[in-house]
Write a protein that binds this ligand. Structure first.
Ligand SMILES: Cc1cc2nc3c(=O)[nH]c(=O)nc-3n(C[C@H](O)[C@H](O)[C@H](O)COP(=O)(O)OP(=O)(O)OC[C@H]3O[C@@H](n4cnc5c(N)ncnc54)[C@H](O)[C@@H]3O)c2cc1C
Length: 466
């Protein structure tokens, strides 16, 4: 939707944000319109406000003129949440990247929402703290985009998702109202916790402009191991045992099914074989602590004991940061998967750990029957009940999606553990959300954005669930 005299609103926006704040023509089409895309964004303009106040005025104008708006962060999201129609304008916070303050006593950091994850991590580290969300797209993902998608990543098993790292935030609503909830305390039960409305709502309820982040004490030492296991029961048992034996210091527990490890190491040749490739399961695990000597001894003793008991079949304990980095490069290498299996359908599901092995083997059998040429690669943040699936070549992506999601409904799983819904998964939302839940989402959307101008059509469609 846009006003009948479309160029008037663009002129008025340009008066608010100035020449640096507005891109048009080729500068717009050079940007992408889909996850993993190159150019071809069809939007009318890209608006780059330099402050919350500018954004608030732009949004008020858009609201008055029925102008739809799509918020952009670092464009690393994987569910087409940033996709625009020709009538939309884009709002990007790429001119709002400041780290405003860091309270080294309290362990809090106040940032503008365009701040890039890696810069936030580095600023925390320099001050002796840890910002505890980390994942492969750290060089581009923004705090605003991470809050909007409630990103998870590699340390959720210890620190929780982005939601757990946000103490407060500021957001601009569809009509330009600024909601400042810049709380700095861990505890604040004074009425509704309004920040939660914006965390994980994928830019459909407001545009996040600033945030107060919670930092964690930086670990002084990290122990890393890559282990092989003979059966899934041992994988689940290992997670449970390490939770206790490492005294709450287990910070990553990433599983790779053989189909994934074997593919990356033997078939693409892109990664070193740290262990033989014939075992059915592999786990990349880490524990973080304060005393290097004690932690190292404890780590070796626990893993050694589990090997003696026969729960771990083989293991490498890394001897250097470089070895650990190589293992993480392999685990985070989604790009090889996307580039070498084409077309690939990528999934981000969660389900109870007890149902995982049966789910994956059942899906593998379904695929073999329906699409004999397709392969399944399975891996993920098992400590969080989250597995990623890469399936391809998936010529009929929709049919593959139906297979994956229908089987998931039977085990009370979720179609999105961490990437969100965007446009890509919207039609499947009913597999894991009840009609009453979808109706309540609709009610929230109608209350905060009655004209449905903010990231229109993402997560839920107007009237869906009515
Ligand atoms: C290699 C790779 C690895 C990844 N690994 C993980 C992982 O382990 N765990 C995980 O959770 N995710 C992972 N992701 C995806 C992850 O969701 C995104 O990387 C990140 O959370 C999105 O941040 P972004 O700034 O790129 O947002 P974008 O992609 O730009 O936007 C994502 C969504 O947020 C909205 N949005 C953006 N900024 C704002 C804002 N300021 N206010 C309101 N709405 C906004 C957009 O409209 C869109 O709907 C990975 C992605 C890649 C490419």
């Amino acid at each position: 939707m846009h006003d009948t005299n479309g160029s008037d609103i663009i002129r008025s926006i340009s008066e608010i944000v100035g020449p640096k704040g507005l891109l048009r023509g080729d500068d717009v089409s050079a940007r992408p319109n889909y996850s993993w895309g190159a150019g071809s964004c069809p939007a009318r303009a890209i608006v780059r406000p330099a402050s919350t106040e500018e954004l608030s005025r732009v949004m008020a104008l858009c609201h008055a003129h029925d102008q739809s708006v799509v918020p952009w962060g670092g464009l690393t999201g994987l569910v087409n949440g940033i996709t625009c129609a020709p009538e939309d304008i884009v709002i990007t916070l790429e001119r709002m990247q400041a780290i405003e303050t860091l309270d080294a006593e309290a362990g809090t950091m106040t940032v503008q929402a365009g701040a890039i994850l890696q810069q936030v991590q580095e600023a925390a580290e320099q001050a002796g703290w840890l910002f505890a969300v980390d994942f492969g797209a750290r060089g581009s993902a923004n705090i605003g985009g991470m809050i909007a998608t409630n990103a998870g990543g590699n340390s959720v098993v210890r620190y929780g998702m982005t939601r757990e790292q946000v103490l407060g935030l500021e957001a601009v609503l569809a009509d330009g109202t600024v909601i400042s909830s810049m709380n700095e305390m861990l505890k604040n039960n004074a009425g509704y916790d309004l920040k939660q409305l914006f965390i994980g709502s994928e830019g459909t309820l407001g545009i996040v402009t600033r945030a107060v982040l919670r930092l964690r004490p930086a670990p002084r030492t990290v122990q890393t191991a890559f282990v092989a296991l003979e059966n899934f029961q041992d994988v689940a048992g290992l997670l449970r045992r390490l939770g206790t034996e490492f005294e709450g210091k287990l910070s990553s527990f990433e599983v790779m099914w053989r189909n994934h490890y074997h593919y990356l190491v033997e078939e693409t040749g892109k990664h070193q074989a740290f262990l033989p490739t014939h075992y059915p399961y592999y786990v990349l695990l880490e524990s973080e602590g304060a005393d290097p000597e004690r932690e190292s001894e404890q780590f070796m003793a626990v893993l050694g004991g589990l090997m003696e008991e026969g729960h771990i079949a083989d293991a490498v304990i890394t001897q250097s940061g470089q070895q650990a980095a190589q293992l993480w490069e392999m685990r985070d290498d989604v790009e090889t998967l996307i580039n070498t299996i084409s077309p690939v359908a990528v999934f981000d599901i969660s389900l109870p750990i007890r149902a995982m092995a049966g789910y994956v083997s059942g899906l593998e059998a379904d695929l073999k029957q329906r699409f004999p040429d397709a392969r399944l690669l399975s891996f993920g943040h098992l400590g969080d009940g989250n597995i990623h699936l890469g399936i391809g070549p998936a010529q009929d992506k929709h049919a593959v999606e139906c297979l994956v999601y229908e089987r998931l409904a039977g085990v009370n799983g979720s179609i999105s553990a961490e990437h969100g819904i965007g446009l890509e998964k919207r039609e499947f939302l009913h597999h894991c959300r009840s009609p009453a839940e979808i109706k309540l989402m609709q009610t929230l959307k109608d209350a905060l954005d009655p004209k449905h101008l903010l990231n229109p059509g993402k997560v839920i469609q107007r009237g869906q669930g009515a």
